[in-house]
Design a protein around this ligand. Structure first.
Ligand code: BG6
Length: 489
């Protein structure tokens, strides 16, 4: 039969995301032998560049993750030979027609499949999609488009973007990336829960006291202030990455592992949640801090940020799911930049053991005796369960110890970057880890009223020093629900 070929066009090829993530991920897939036999990578952007210049630019971003492999540099050369460049405007059908011609040459009469990765600002998504779909879509295979957030900044703008895309594409052609869904431990969440008898039956209000979703970075917006200031941490991290984790964590058992079945359950749980209220949220912004003779800048010291910016670089929020499984269980989220550590994790705090025989052994602080399951998404991936254990010896003293699955110790295989998983899925047409438009709508509905209120009332963020544990308000927010942040205790 007729062989097929895949052409991957990275639109916005000289941008940060392309250089840091997309090209390296494509190379890693090539290295692992995951790309189809016939494939080509095209960079597309406005600046003039030759194929050789693109290759040179790309080559600087490629690494052999496992250094010792001798044939890595050969593989790099092979990969780079498959990379080409086309310079064009983002709204020029003519330029996309030229691209189409080049793609055809490479396809050489085989079945043509085309993937466009829009690594560009969202205000030009529609222009590009219009030109690509009218002038450069596949004649006899599939055409798919990967887009990445921001998908608008509230319900209305997101819906407008979706309407725009759907003038030219059907839902099945749109692959909306949330790269947290491509992370190993996020993907593993469902395995952990649905394939282990010791967890699944406990996954409800009956045994779980609260769930915490924590994201922290130990650097500020350095250089990205321009983008960040018009979005803020709630749109940058909470409305997508943390909410997606929450949806996977809390959804009901899907009918099957099919993309539609899983996404149906995610939408259901998102729609069972109430929109966030201002009283359930704390916002913060980092201020300058001097430590060890080094002065770390305040958020507003970033030259691309207005001096009077009220944009939150930190937020904590309490969310509730109004269904039989989760009624009354607080889901606490916390996300911040310029904090003391870089970490993303899920913490599940279980209820007390009723009438615990060993209560006394913990002194007065029985809270410390509850089990806690921690899924550390990054860095240093791990899943561990804190249990109570007898300290060996003749006395009866208990301590909290960990049953610890530490990935680095357990698995010798390195963990692929999220973009590798997601790009491979997009090429294979697997939609499980991509956001469907109704999911996106539901996610925006939860956050839009809050975002509007914060902006209309000009709510001032609580300042916290660069490199600290964030504003103390987050502590009081949790305390309101009788919760203690697991990462701070
Ligand atoms: C992005 C945000 O989506 O995720 C960034 O826009 C953030 O602000 C990044 O730094 C974090 O991703 P990761 O994979 O490094 O945890």
């Amino acid at each position: 039969g007729n062989e097929s070929t895949v052409s991957i066009t990275v639109v916005g090829a000289s941008g940060d995301l392309a250089k840091k993530k997309i090209f390296p991920a494509l190379f890693a897939l090539y290295y692992e032998g995951c790309l189809p036999k016939h494939f080509t990578v095209f960079g597309y952007a406005r600046s003039k560049m030759t194929d050789a210049e693109l290759r040179n630019m790309v080559s600087k971003t490629l690494t052999c993750r496992i250094d010792k492999r001798e044939n890595c540099s050969d593989k790099m050369d092979e990969f780079l030979k498959r990379c080409f460049y086309h310079s064009g405007q983002y709204d020029s059908e003519e330029n996309f027609t030229e691209l189409d011609k080049k793609l055809r040459e490479h396809e050489a009469g085989r079945i043509s499949n085309r993937l466009f990765y829009l690594s560009i600002p969202p205000n030009i998504f529609i222009d590009v999609v219009k030109c690509a779909s009218t002038s450069a879509s596949s004649a006899n295979g599939w055409t798919r488009v990967i887009v990445e957030k921001p998908f608008g900044r509230d319900s209305e703008s997101s819906a407008a973007l979706t309407r725009g895309l759907k003038q030219y594409l059907v839902e099945d052609q749109i692959f909306r990336i949330d790269h947290y869904l491509g992370k190993e431990l996020v993907e593993n969440l469902s395995v952990l829960r649905f394939s282990n008898l010791v967890f699944e039956p406990l996954w409800s209000r009956q045994y779980i006291r609260n769930v915490q979703l924590i994201f922290s970075e130990d650097f500020g917006t350095e250089g990205r202030g321009g983008y960040f200031d018009s979005y803020g941490i709630i749109r940058d991290i909470m409305q997508n990455h943390l909410l997606q984790i929450l949806a996977l964590f809390a959804m009901e058992t899907p009918v099957s592992l099919d993309a539609e079945d899983i996404r149906n359950e995610k939408v259901k749980v998102l729609r069972s949640m109430k929109p966030l209220l201002l009283e359930n949220v704390v916002v913060g912004q980092y201020k300058s801090h001097t430590k060890g003779g080094i002065t770390y800048p305040a958020y507003i010291d970033d030259k691309t940020v207005p001096k009077d910016s009220l944009t939150p670089t930190f937020a904590a929020a309490a969310l509730f799911i109004d269904n039989a499984r989760w009624d009354g269980v607080p889901f606490l989220m916390k996300a911040g930049k310029a904090l003391h550590t870089k970490r993303a994790e899920i913490r599940v705090q279980f209820r007390h053991v009723p009438g615990n025989l060993y209560k006394r052994s913990f002194g007065t602080d029985i809270d410390r005796a509850t089990n806690e399951l921690v899924i550390r998404v990054q860095p240093d991936e791990a899943i561990y369960l804190k249990i109570n254990n007898k300290v060996p010896g003749l006395g009866m003293r208990l301590d909290r110890s960990k049953l610890n699955l530490h990935y680095a110790a357990r698995y010798s295989k390195e963990i692929p970057d999220a973009y590798e998983r997601l790009l491979l899925d997009a090429i294979e047409g697997e939609r499980r880890l991509f956001i469907r438009s109704d999911e996106l709508d539901a996610a925006w509905e939860l956050f839009t009223p809050l975002l509007k209120e914060l902006e209309e009332k000009k709510i001032a963020p609580e300042l916290y020093p660069y490199g600290s544990r964030g504003p103390v308000g987050a502590h009081y927010l949790a305390a309101k629900y009788n919760v203690r942040w697991g990462d701070l205790s």
